[in-house]
Design a protein around this ligand. Sequence first.
Ligand SMILES: Cc1cc2nc3c(=O)[nH]c(=O)nc-3n(C[C@H](O)[C@H](O)[C@H](O)COP(=O)(O)O)c2cc1C
Ligand SMILES: O=C(O)C(=O)c1ccccc1
Length: 343
Amino acid sequence: MSRAREAERRARDVLDPVHFDFLAGGAGAERTLADNEAAFARRRLLPRVLRGAGAPDLSTTLLGAELAAPVVVAPTAFHRLAHPDGEVATAVGVAAAGGLMTLSMMATVAVEHVADVGVPLWFGLYLQPDRGFTAAVVARAQDAGCRALVVTADSPVRGRHTRDLAHGFRALPEGMVCENMRDADWRVRDLVVDADLTWDDVAWLRATTSLPVLVKGVLHPADARLAVGHGVDGVIVSNHGGRQLDGAVSTLDALPGVVDAVAGRVPVLLDGGVRSGTDALVALALGADAVMVGRPVLWGLALGGAAGVRAVLGDLADELAHALTLVGARRPGDLTPDLVVTP
Ligand SMILES: Cc1cc2nc3c(=O)[nH]c(=O)nc-3n(C[C@H](O)[C@H](O)[C@H](O)COP(=O)(O)O)c2cc1C
Ligand SMILES: O=C(O)C(=O)c1ccccc1
């Protein structure tokens, strides 16, 4: 079993059950949540042999960031539910693994403290109807050293998280707040998910900031084309880990259409259901430039703080390197779609 999978099993034992369900759960009947993983399980590899691939080299440059492996930490809210040091511990673990972390706007630690760790950071942004507030949050993230903005596009309303509804889990426990939602008076604002958002808002953001902008939550090829047309710097194929539209297609099944539509103009990332190095390899072979991981990082964090995060990411990279050699490739960029079959 991959460490990511084992970590999920063990994290259930150490976390408050309500918090475990918040982190693990999905929307509706959790079909999309299940299908993200099932889509990987449906694929098999058609390896090449005797290619003299030599020692694997996972090093990857993504929008100017140099990564030990093409694996990026997805933005996830509320890390202090998993560990008292929250996003700071995550950042220490990601830095030790040579990785890149996307800090959620809904983080429970201030972006400046996370940036102090020295890990390459992207900032996961929910565009707010109050553009002045959004601009202030963006400026704060940029001043702290975040190197790109990841705009969540798949959340015009909050997901109906079945397990949270059953538990009545609605709010952070006493003493935890979303530290990056503070306004000029240092009051914490509530998140507004905004069903009125359009590509014009992405165009506004594009014009407001010099940072690279990635759009997260694209599944339809037409949206991938619109994203590129609006000058974004990257597209993230995501269904929010099955937490928004239950019944949405798995990300792996959506990937080829998006890769085709983007046609190499900007990097394409995928998240959802990546639980092993082989999963990462399959996504890379089908055209992703990198994968993102959400929950496995939280399980590592819950189990071992920074060391646990490092272990999960390190194992994913080791498994990916191993699988790369076994399919006859040296670098992720050598992978091609013909290596993946759906028997
Ligand atoms: C607990 C939790 C919180 C999340 N918070 C955010 C968030 O604040 N912003 C966002 O864009 N996505 C958020 N996501 C979605 C992740 O970025 C990512 O798309 C998803 O977790 C990837 O799937 P995986 O967990 O199967 O790897 C969250 C996911 C989880 C599990
Ligand atoms: O739970 C989520 O998936 C998520 O994105 C979120 C957004 C705002 C607050 C808490 C979680």
